[in-house]
Design a protein around this ligand. Structure first.
Ligand code: G3P
Ligand code: MG
Length: 244
């Protein structure tokens, strides 16, 4: 079984995370897929950013939810990372979907609704992905179990994943009960028993954020179905060499 390599926020080690530059680089470096994070603006436009606030990755400050899309577009989303990326803009989900449409890449769109439960985020994202005919190669993931249920209500066939950063006793039955097709877990939670249990229940296991060759090899050896990495080039190299 092969492990799918997702570029985490794009190739976020070498370009500003969640920008088109980071997505382009992921494609050039041979990623199988791209992971990105989505929030809603004040005027309900889905945009790709990791944090709830723009402070860390732009020259602005405040919550995404308090900016209109047009206001967000005025911010610089690249200069914080390196001067060569100055002038990069925050990417609307639509731009990303349009770009990826003709590329053989999987998508993992993480709904960032565990801190702010944006109204209708599930339906908005689902509709956009569906509009671009990308549902068959998309997984929607969230740390918010209620949101996962809402996604399954929209369409029981949509691929959804429960994100986990902590250990839970009855993790596999809980994920199964929610209708998850996969669990996305922090690397330190990975163990063979968990992978095997998930596979018995027909659930995939993907692991974040895997940047070291030793960690990558552990994921490949245990049969994890995917990894999220800031350095897809390294992962592709080791996967070709040692990948199961
Ligand atoms: O989706 C995997 C991973 O991105 C989850 O954590 O904080 O990097 O979005 P985070
Ligand atoms: Mg993420």
């Amino acid at each position: 079984m092969s492990t799918t390599i997702f570029a985490h926020r794009g190739t976020s080690k070498y370009a500003p995370e969640n920008t088109m530059a980071a997505f382009h680089l992921a494609y050039q470096q041979g990623s199988d897929g791209i992971e990105t994070d989505v929030h809603l603006t004040k005027d309900h436009i889905p945009v790709l950013m990791h944090d709830e606030r723009v402070n860390r990755t732009t020259n602005g400050s405040g919550y995404i939810k308090d900016f209109t899309f047009e206001q967000l577009q005025q911010l610089d989303a690249g200069a914080w990372f390196a001067s060569e990326f100055a002038g990069s803009q925050i990417v609307p989900l639509d731009e990303f979907l349009e770009w990826i449409q003709d590329k053989p890449l999987y998508l993992n769109i993480e709904l960032k609704n565990n801190k702010i439960d944006y109204n209708h985020l599930e339906m908005i994202v689902y509709n956009r992905v569906s509009h671009y005919h990308l549902l068959h190669r998309t997984t929607l993931s969230t740390f918010n179990p209620t949101s996962l249920r809402r996604l399954k209500h929209l369409n029981r066939n949509v691929g959804v994943a429960l994100l986990l950063s902590k250990r839970y006793k009855k993790l596999v039955p809980m994920a199964k009960d929610l209708g998850a097709n996969a669990i996305h877990i922090k690397f330190r939670l990975l163990n063979q028993l968990l992978v095997d249990k998930c596979h018995q229940e027909n659930m995939a296991v993907r692991v974040y954020t895997v940047n070291k060759p030793g960690q990558m090899q552990r994921c490949f050896a245990m049969g994890s179905d995917g990894i999220f990495t800031d350095v897809p080039k390294v992962a592709v190299h080791y996967h070709n060499q040692f990948g199961a």
